[in-house]
Design a protein around this ligand. Structure first.
Ligand code: SAJ
Length: 442
């Protein structure tokens, strides 16, 4: 069966299906269609399916090349979308690109994955290869996905159907670029399946490494790479808090630490947001239970989740030096997306800060040049505010005329959560600058 599948991949006759047409699934479907495969995309949202079949990308934000690519593959008939799993019945290869969120107890929620597997089990045919591209807890493909497919279809793994795990490494704003250029870990239910996967992904990833391995390793690699980043950001944040406590300057410390060979201290900041860094460490940590309860991963999450609260504390402390209570203050918050020069607001640290400031009685005005509801003239937004809190280092804010800002604020107070403002320039402009990680000389 795999020999036939490999031949179909080589001559592009393999029929592909992509389940989940979100910011990952849609680019994946477009890329495989553009490589010459017939692709059907499945999504439960009829409106999204309709947009795609009209060659209109439903993906928010600026994704270079995606709209043009979608138009090409829809107009050539290589990609079509449907809400009906019957469209998948003759697929040779199916990728699962559905959401895998965590709940308030940091536990994975596999409702979408389970529903997709139950629906697939009704229609898959012998010989099909199913690849989990969603980021899941290690062990999910071989356990949860396999169990549902075998129980509901009556087919047997590695006899009637094959399984793979190939987590994506895309990033909003660079969806197509990352998809085409980043290496992938191709985990297969057998080594031959893994090698079949590398042949498939080589059709859309011309050069990057495609590393064949098993499903568990592929799942571990993906969740580990993001847990690694989260812990390193938490380390930088903890050093910032220590510097504030002892009178240091974390920005100077980081610069000099990174002169030491093999050191790469990341950047402290007002919080860690986004679609994957706050989630994937929990997917990894939860997989070890009940055999082992990780300590470092939850601790790092706690440090990072607390940073917006710390910024609220800094704001309160700064205003106190003006005998101004938060409950009497209006605070201008610059930046609402989770990342500089991005419109993505998922898991935004600013949302946590705004809620905290409001809980403490402050009035908050928000500006973000990338987020539709908060666009506008930044100086107008700041006019009359008691203080400014910088939460996202958007390029536009680097151009701010700090002297104009000083003239607009009721108290010349800036709380800088990203180390964006230069201290000497702030002093020259008469600004009272409170930078995260740099103790204020009172
Ligand atoms: N952040 C810091 N300090 C840092 C780096 C990031 O506070 O030194 C904050 C950012 O402000 C943001 C959050 O962390 O709120 C996440 O930033 P990110 O640069 O990690 O961007 P993401 O969330 O888009 O992460 C993605 C991930 N890619 C995938 O999951 C495919 C991550 O693995 C990549 O390392 C990252 O992009 C990247 O390096 O661009």
């Amino acid at each position: 069966m795999l020999k036939i599948l490999k031949e179909k991949i080589t001559n592009k006759r393999a029929k592909l299906a992509v389940i989940g047409l979100g910011y990952v699934g849609l680019p994946v479907a477009c890329e495989f269609a553009n490589a010459g495969f017939d692709v059907v995309g499945i999504d439960i949202k009829a409106e999204r399916v309709s947009k795609i079949n009209s060659a209109i990308s439903p993906i928010e934000g600026n994704e270079p090349g995606l709209q043009g690519l979608l138009e090409k593959v829809v107009h050539t008939g290589k990609l079509r979308a449907s809400t009906n799993y019957e469209s998948v019945v003759d697929a040779d290869i199916i990728t699962l690109n559905v959401e895998t969120p965590i709940d308030d107890n940091h536990q994975p929620r596999y409702d979408a994955l389970t529903l997709a597997c139950l629906s697939l089990a009704k229609v898959i045919k012998p010989g099909v290869l199913i690849i989990v591209e969603s980021t899941v807890s290690p062990g999910t493909t071989e356990n949860r996905v396999r169990r549902i497919l075998e129980q509901e279809s009556g087919l047997s793994l590695n006899k009637d159907f094959f399984l793979g795990a190939c987590p994506e490494r895309v990033m909003p704003g660079k969806l197509l670029q990352n998809l085409r250029t980043l290496s992938r870990t191709c985990g297969g239910s057998t080594l031959e399946v893994a090698n079949t996967m590398t042949r498939l992904y080589r059709c859309i990833i011309p050069e990057a490494d495609l590393d064949p391995t098993d499903c568990l390793t592929a799942e571990l690699v993906k969740t580990t790479e993001n847990a690694y980043r989260d812990i390193n950001i938490a380390f930088a944040n903890e050093i910032a808090l220590i510097c504030e406590a002892v009178g240091g300057d974390v920005w100077k410390v980081r610069e000099l630490v990174n002169k030491s060979p093999g050191r790469n201290m990341l950047i402290p900041g007002a919080g860690v947001g986004g679609h994957c860094i706050p989630k994937d460490p929990w997917l990894l940590a939860s997989s070890a239970k009940p055999h082992f309860s990780p300590m470092l991963i939850p601790a790092a999450r706690s440090v990072n989740e607390n940073m917006p609260i710390h910024v609220a504390d800094l704001t309160e402390t700064a205003l106190k030096t003006y005998q101004c209570k938060l409950s009497d203050a209006t605070i201008g918050v610059l930046g609402y997306s989770y990342l500089q020069d991005s419109d993505d607001v998922r898991h935004s640290p600013s949302a946590v800060l705004v809620k905290e400031l409001q809980l403490r009685g402050a009035k908050v005005v928000i500006h973000d040049p990338w987020v539709r509801e908060y666009q506008g003239d930044v100086l107008e937004c700041l006019h009359g505010c008691d203080a400014l809190v910088l939460m996202v280092a958007h390029s536009e804010y680097r151009e701010l005329d700090i002297k104009r800002v000083e003239s607009l604020l009721r108290r010349q107070c800036i709380i800088d959560g990203r180390g964006l403002f230069e201290p000497d320039a702030a002093t020259r402009a008469g600004i009272d600058l409170w930078t995260l990680g740099r103790q204020k000389k009172l």
